[in-house]
Structure formats: structure tokens, C-alpha cells
Design a binder for this molecule. Structure first.
Ligand code: HEM
Length: 247
């Protein structure tokens, strides 16, 4: 996908980043977690990914909505905004998708298929585990879900902000281009190994993280009574941390 867009730009054609970036980060995460097994050029596979991407978008949308029942303790038993059936429905669909993935991987493992991906690693650590808990199928599905939901929109939104800033600051854009040309030569695609040498690019990425926090508010819940900054926090109190003000 990166190569395709690179060629597009070389021909002077425009690229719609708002569409391209989420697709790119979703493909990267699918590649990372499923080792391309669920993303290749086969039409059926692309369709499957598109359907799953729709589930992810719905899940992220639901997570981002404000739910008064989560924050006002006496409203907890009431699902005032009817989120519960929507949440259950989407989780059930994702669960079926993950079941199929685990099932396919378990079959591959039995047949000793060579290629190993993140799911294979999780499945093998569920068998050999030095820790005091079992990495059962439900936990594995939770980890996969975390990777896919956390690693897609965060990436694409940050890249979109960085590029928007650079378009509005041509001098900085030019400095990055000069650094890229100097370090890697002209017409090359950046590889992971090149990153340590690209100091200015790294600084721009860090500045983008600071200026445009993609998840400005995060909610945590303490498991036991504790003290934070001199305040007593009771167990199970939801704490909303404002990352945007910390930067
Ligand atoms: C620009 C990119 C990213 C940003 C800005 C970002 C930001 C964040 C933030 C703010 C949190 C919440 C931390 C907390 O609750 O204390 C988080 C959690 C997490 N992120 Fe990222 N992230 C990014 C990319 C990724 C990627 C690529 C992955 C996967 C490979 C990932 C996986 C996770 C996971 C698994 C969690 C924990 C989720 C949970 O506890 O429910 N993130 N990320």
C-alpha cells in the first residue's frame, strides 16, 4: 500500500490521506497480528477484513461515547443510553471472528505449518507458561482485540496531524525532506533500520504526539484503596486522566 501511494505521488497524483491512512494502519496491524493470513489480495480476504474493520469502528465509536451510568454511581444499574445491547452485539460478532482465527491457527499448529505470527506466539505461551495464570482463549482474544483497536486509529490520526502540520509549515517539511535525502538518498522508502539516523523526523513525531494527543482522556480504575498525590482513592473508583493537560 505504501509503495502504491509512493508511485501515485511520483506521478503527481493526489492521495486522500483521510481514507488511505486508516486503511494503511489497519493493514499494518492485521499483518503484525495475523501475519497476512487475513490480508492478501484475494477478494474474499479483503471483504473479510472490511467487515471486521466495520466492527472495530463501531466498537471504538461506542467506547468514545459518554455514558452517564459509568460515572454516576447510583445510575450504574441502569443502561440509560441503551449501550449494553449495542456493545454485546458488536462483541459477539468480534468474538466469532476471533474464534475463527484461533481455530485456523490451532489447525495450522497441529499440521506444523512453518510461518509464525503473533497469535501463534500467544497460543504457544498458553501451553508453556511460567506465570501464575493461564493464557486461555478468552484472554488471547482480549489481547488481539486490544492490539487491533488501540493500534489502528491512534496511528492514522497521529500521522494525519503530522502531515497537516507539515503542509502548513513548508520550512519544516523541507528540513525533513533534506534529512531524508541526506540519510537515505532520493526516491527511497524509509525502513525501520533508518529511524535512529532520522533525528529531525523523530523530533517532529514526538512534537506531534505532544501537540495532538489522540486519546486525550483515559479512564483507569484502581483495584485496591490507594493514595495518589495525597488524595485517598477507594478501590473501584474510576479515575479520568487528562493526558492533554500533562503534555
Ligand atoms: C501514535 C500511536 C499511538 C498512540 C498515540 C497510543 C496511545 C495510547 C494511550 C494513550 C493508551 C492508554 C494508556 C493508559 O491507559 O494508561 C494506549 C494503550 C494501549 N495501546 Fe497505544 N497508542 C498508539 C499506538 C499503538 C499501537 C501501534 C499498538 C499496538 C501494536 C498499541 C497498543 C496499545 C495497547 C494494547 C494499549 C492498552 C489497552 C488497554 O489497556 O485497554 N498502541 N495507547
Amino acid at each position: 500500500m505504501v509503495h502504491e501511494n509512493f508511485e501515485h505521488c511520483k506521478e503527481g497524483k493526489s492521495v486522500n490521506l483521510r481514507i488511505m491512512l486508516p486503511n494503511m494502519s489497519f493493514n499494518m496491524m492485521m499483518h503484525l497480528v495475523f501475519n497476512k493470513k487475513y490480508f492478501n489480495t484475494k477478494q474474499s480476504s479483503i471483504k473479510k477484513c472490511e467487515v471486521f474493520n466495520d466492527f472495530l469502528i463501531e466498537e471504538l465509536h461506542l467506547q468514545g461515547l459518554f455514558n452517564i451510568s459509568d460515572n454516576v454511581s447510583f445510575l450504574k444499574p441502569f443502561d440509560l443510553r441503551c449501550f449494553l445491547p449495542r456493545g454485546k452485539n458488536i462483541l459477539m460478532k468480534m468474538d466469532q471472528f476471533f474464534d475463527k482465527i484461533l481455530h485456523d491457527h490451532q489447525i495450522d499448529q497441529k499440521e506444523n505449518v512453518e510461518s509464525k505470527d503473533f497469535v501463534d506466539m500467544l497460543l504457544s505461551s498458553s501451553q508453556v507458561n511460567n506465570y501464575n495464570y493461564t493464557l486461555d482463549d478468552n484472554r488471547i482474544k482480549g489481547i488481539i482485540n486490544d492490539m487491533l483497536t488501540r493500534g489502528t486509529n491512534t496511528l492514522s490520526t497521529t500521522i494525519e496531524w503530522a502531515i497537516a502540520k507539515l503542509v502548513r509549515n513548508p520550512k519544516i517539511m523541507k528540513r525533513i525532506q533534506d534529512e531524508l535525502d541526506h540519510v537515505m538518498g532520493h526516491d527511497c522508502i524509509v525502513d525501520e533500520d533508518d529511524i535512529p539516523q532520522l533525528k529531525y523526523l523523530q523530533a517532529v513525531v514526538k512534537k506531534t504526539f505532544r501537540l495532538h494527543v489522540t486519546i486525550p482522556l483515559i479512564t483507569h480504575e484502581c483495584m485496591t484503596n490507594c493514595k495518589v498525590g495525597g488524595y485517598d482513592i477507594l478501590a473501584r473508583t474510576p479515575i479520568i486522566v487528562n493526558l492533554w493537560t500533562i503534555h
